[in-house]
Design a protein around this ligand. Sequence first.
Ligand SMILES: CC(C)(COP(=O)(O)OP(=O)(O)OC[C@H]1O[C@@H](n2cnc3c(N)ncnc32)[C@H](O)[C@@H]1OP(=O)(O)O)[C@@H](O)C(=O)NCCC(=O)NCCS
Length: 153
Amino acid sequence: MPMTIRMRDARPDEAPILTQLALRSKRAWGYDDAFMAAIMPDMIVEPEYVREERAIVAIEGDVILGYVIVRSDGESAFLRDLFVEPARFRQGIGKALFGRALEYARERGARSLQLCGDPNARGFYERVGMTKVGEEPSIAGGGRMLPIMELRL
Ligand SMILES: CC(C)(COP(=O)(O)OP(=O)(O)OC[C@H]1O[C@@H](n2cnc3c(N)ncnc32)[C@H](O)[C@@H]1OP(=O)(O)O)[C@@H](O)C(=O)NCCC(=O)NCCS
């Protein structure tokens, strides 16, 4: 990851900026307007997520290049979102944010970190040590299934 990038906690008022970043990031896989409209309810970052869960941004200057939101549910931790600015893919930002989520899950005493991911991101999640443990139907419908990924801590 470039040395000029720092991490800090997100602020609840940044939720709309995070939503826009998530939409740009998701689009990078080539999804069309109909698909993006179908998944919109899942893409909105509510200020409550930032306030009540752990939300961390990667910033360069004052520009947000990526973020992660993770919550701890006792025995397990759940990674709600991990999105990087498409122009900055493959520079280590995703891995660094994932590392922070992992650190938080461990601090909270979770035994595993889980997520329901985009199929295109599966290679990334495997690269950072996760394994596919199941599948879940996407809200986009049409029989699309999302991999459930897990890392035992
Ligand atoms: C998935 C995502 C977070 C990865 O972030 P990134 O900053 O590009 O990833 P990094 O540069 O930190 O990559 C870490 C490692 O994973 C690999 N990797 C990254 N993206 C990958 C992919 N799509 N498939 C396979 N491997 C991938 C990298 O080559 C790197 O390997 P290395 O450790 O051998 O160098 C980013 O592509 C993204 O935001 N995608 C769109 C949104 C999305 O689908 N997010 C996940 C929602 S569940």
